[in-house]
Design a protein around this ligand. Structure first.
Ligand code: SF4
Length: 247
């Protein structure tokens, strides 16, 4: 017997694939084609609640409306003169994260966060000074991209993991988000950049997944002494080892 992909708890639906959503609707006693409708409403039509999905019967919507999709609320939004938009998003547990939408003539890039806060404590970084709260779930990363896409009313073309947090300290959820952003949201892996200050062993582990994403390593200094001053964790990961791991 194959094991169910869906846990009985109220796991948010965002991040599930078409086949997983199809399995979910069938678990709710609905025909398989409802899975495709749910998939389209989550990833293309920006449904925030199952109660919004008007192709479903009123009665079924009433029955399932307590299952969360996993979308955040825009807590604060500011637009810079160059049209870059900075968002503070409020998560379901009340935590706030930062996301940035960066438009240009041909691109819409989203700078996403991977953690609430950051434990790396880099000397120059406000996020690092605020400490670490928790890793983001995959759906909370995907939500940032959908939020920017909907707000700009334009397709996101590029993603950079350069917001709050060190993505290689949350590799499992970052990789799950990358998979869904690629397959469900339709963003090419080559247009996704994961930026790291360098975490021992994690660069090699990431390479084993043979993704087509770009890895950007922020050295912040060209010599080990200054680097250790700016990035405390660099003491245990000397520049030579880091460069060797990147090769
Ligand atoms: S890893 Fe990035 S987010 Fe974390 S403290 Fe350093 S610069 Fe800031």
């Amino acid at each position: 017997m194959t094991q169910s992909l869906i846990t009985p708890t109220q796991t948010p639906l965002l991040g599930l694939s078409l086949s997983e959503l199809t399995e979910w609707v069938q678990q709710q006693g609905q025909p398989a084609y409802r899975g495709k409708q749910l998939y389209q409403w989550i990833y293309q039509k920006g449904a925030k609640s199952l109660a919004d999905i008007t192709v479903f019967s009123k009665q079924w919507r009433e029955e399932i409306k307590h299952f969360p999709i996993g979308r955040s609320a825009i807590h604060y939004r500011s637009v810079a003169p160059d049209k870059t938009v900075k968002y503070l998003l409020q998560l379901s547990d009340g935590n706030i994260i930062e996301t940035v939408g960066i438009p240009s003539h041909k691109r819409l890039t989203v700078c996403v966060s991977s953690q609430v806060g950051c434990p790396m404590a880099c000397d120059f970084c406000a996020t690092g000074k605020g400490g670490f709260t928790r890793n983001l779930e995959a759906y909370e990363i995907i939500d940032q991209v959908l939020t920017v896409q909907e707000d700009f009313e334009r397709r996101v073309s590029h993603i950079v993991f350069m917001g709050m947090g060190e993505p290689l300290l949350n590799t499992k959820n970052v990789l799950a988000a990358v998979k869904s952003l690629n397959q469900d949201v339709g963003i090419g892996q080559r247009n996704i950049t994961i930026s790291t200050v360098g975490i021992r062993d994690r660069i090699r582990q990431l390479a084993q997944h043979k993704l087509q994403v770009t890895l950007a390593v922020s050295l912040h200094a060209s010599n080990q002494r200054l680097r250790e001053h700016l990035i405390p964790s660099a003491k245990s990961y000397p520049l030579g080892d880091l460069i060797a791991d990147c090769r």
